[in-house]
Design a protein around this ligand. Structure first.
Ligand code: URA
Length: 258
């Protein structure tokens, strides 16, 4: 499709809306708060043929129906809830087993729950989680399309990095989850996830991010942790490039370049 020609099909139109949504999302992340909009565009967006529901690039997963995989994930979550394999159980409010689609294309893996996650029992729901949710949305997905998990399922006190012993005690749960989830791609968030999932002890995240790795035959894309991106917003562009590489690997159309 030529840049200035009108969309030739409904699919083209949805693609343009999806690209625009991704572009605006990233501009917002970069601190842009307003953009010039022509009266003609405002008029076009008001037309009844446009509705946000039509603009969704990827349909929402069907309403939650129980499946053998979902039930197995639930069983693992129950074992995690009763776990006392490491000292983290003594200080947790509740366990955070992971959340999302039982048949996801992508699994995101973080380090461990923080205070808000410990309170809610859900992964990535604090400040870093809000940024992760935006990153997922910029890719054209919602949290319901993907699965989000952590290396350890209980909050390390003061949000410290999990010890090797804590990670070793908890990792069998993640391996079991990944064996059930069978994602097409895993995205590791930050150095701790990479170190413990892949055993890459001395890998500098700044060097290894953006390079494909392998977990038991599943491609792994290492990228920055969203908490790091909150502290270092200038690295968001690199993280976005990593996520675009994931989309390309999945055969999904790349979001609008910017
Ligand atoms: N940071 C993580 O690594 N995981 C969470 O669930 C929240 C914050």
């Amino acid at each position: 499709m030529k840049p200035d020609s009108p969309p030739s099909s409904h699919a083209d139109f949805l693609k343009i809306l999806s690209d625009l949504q991704s572009y605006l999302q990233m501009e917002k992340e970069e601190g842009v708060t307003s953009l010039p909009v022509s009266p003609a565009l405002v008029e076009a967006l008001r037309r009844p043929s446009f509705s946000p529901a039509q603009a969704r690039p990827i349909p929402s997963p069907s309403p939650k129906v129980s499946s053998p995989t979902a039930e197995s994930l639930q069983s693992i979550a129950q074992v995690i809830a009763a776990c006392t394999r490491c000292p983290l159980h003594a200080t947790r409010t509740q366990t955070v087993p992971g959340q999302g689609n039982p048949t996801p294309e992508i699994v995101f893996i973080g380090e461990g729950p923080g205070a808000e996650e410990d309170r809610q029992g859900l992964p990535f729901v604090g400040a870093a989680g809000q940024l992760l949710t935006k990153m997922i949305a910029a890719m054209g997905f919602s949290r319901d399309h993907v699965f989000i998990a952590n290396i350890v399922k209980c909050r390390p006190p003061e949000n410290r990095v999990p010890t090797p012993e804590e990670a070793a005690a908890c990792l069998p749960f993640l391996h079991q989850q990944l064996a059930l989830l069978k994602p097409k791609v895993i995205v590791t968030l930050g150095a701790t996830a990479l170190k413990y999932l892949l055993g890459l002890e001395n890998a500098a995240i700044t060097k290894i991010r953006g390079t494909w790795q392998d977990y038991r035959g599943i491609p792994v894309m290492p990228t920055y942790h969203p908490a790091y991106l909150l502290r270092n917003p200038s690295s968001k562009r690199e993280a976005w490039n990593d996520l675009k590489a994931v989309l390309a690997r999945l055969g999904r159309p790349p979001p609008n370049p910017h």
